[in-house]
Design a protein around this ligand. Sequence first.
Ligand code: KIV
Ligand code: ZN
Length: 514
Amino acid sequence: MAERLYIFDTTLRDGEQSPGCSMDMEEKIRMAHGLAALGVDVIEAGFPVASPGDFAAVQRIAREISGPRIAGLARARKGDIEAAAKAVAPAGERQRIHTFIATSPIHMQAKLRMDEDQVVEQAVAAVKLARSLSPEVEFSAEDAGRSEMDFLCRIVEATIAAGARIINIPDTVGYMTPDEFGWRIRTLRERVPNADQAVFSVHCHNDLGLAVANSLAAVENGARQVECTINGMGERAGNAALEEIAMIFRTRSDRYCIETGIRHEKIVPTSKLASQITGMPVQPNKAIVGANAFAHESGIHQDGILKHQQTYEIMTPESVGWQTNRMVLGKHSGRAALKDRYAQLGAPVDGEQLDKVFARFKTLADKKKEVFDEDLLAILNDDADAVKERVRLISLHVASGTRDVPVAAVELEINGERHSATSHGDGPVDAAFKAIKSLVEPNGRLLLYSVNAITSGTDAQGEVTVRLEDGGRTVNGQGADTDIIVASVQAFIAALNRLPNTHAREVHAQYSGV
Ligand code: KIV
Ligand code: ZN
């Protein structure tokens, strides 16, 4: 009988920590629903002490999401643990406090300024406090990959004795190689006397591109929980990619007698959900979820595939959720079909929200021959942004061509009042952005502007991501439309709406470029 590997998803915590990937409350809730539908065992919903927003999001996820366990991160400190306990409490029996302290010489000396005895004492106190507040406690030895083995054994033994039932061994800086990391897990399991009282977990970062390989080596040596993220999002080069871990054990069941609870056919929709929410595109050649992961270009490969799919494919695109039947819904589809499709995509909609997205779906279906899953997720994204609109696009007119200087005229509603401006620019997008900037404040510094055709054909929806920075805060906005300029303007406005205190510029006439 296959052994169970637990999938601990940290997209909403470590993933969300990566630059430009921050999510607001509604986005976190949508992502959490998607993760639950995917079948992860644990959702690390956030770091409750980090901010009131993080606390509220973890609490709401603990209240609303059924199925997976809900974990809240806490440093080994009283305030952090109390905040995490409160935030995850609504999950009842499914709550988990995840507490950590650094154990490598460089972290203890340079960061914590503590010696080994002090670190063990603080870790034990933290686990005991967490255990008094929650039925399940996970302890992480931060930077375990660079920690002294004797000390690692000592702190793991002490924290298990204090009540931790999951012991996480992070390769925080992505420094390990598979052999070394596998050896660490094996040694801990062999040398720590009470090792059998805990599940060993790993959390690998991808700085050398080895996060998945190191996680695999750890599982080969007895780890039974892997911490990972959708699309491998996470600090710096990211974390181990959930989709790769899950598909390794499914595809190579001849080699590993291990199974996960992941519903494989939901992998691609969940990847798309994460990418659309964060505005972080997936590289086309990314394993499993990249647009080219199942594309065959060379004649020899195409010929082979036509003769027998397994000549060049070790898993089918359908098994991970790529749609071969690309036509999903059209203009004759009804509300029930739309509702059902959103549920399958891991983004359930109902009631008033369903009414709104249905109206947008019909408009799009009138413009486009085919409406794909990507279109549906883009509609949902726009609708989520609409909830907190302070700035709204009323109209846009652009003129550009080979001989003319591009010009854009926009009319916006800003906090209920109409304003308009016209501007020239280096292109129609530049002109439209300049006109908007002349009306809205703050308007941030543009960090990223990216355009993606999210479906195929010249009537594809273009999806635009705009990232702005203002006063140290980074926000993303997305827009999708069959007209790229409209999508760009939508994305810019969505980002502006996420900047705090967006308001109409007081004197705007002189900024108008025309
Ligand atoms: O990378 C790391 O060490 C972490 C811990 C908090 C688990 O993210
Ligand atoms: Zn991490």
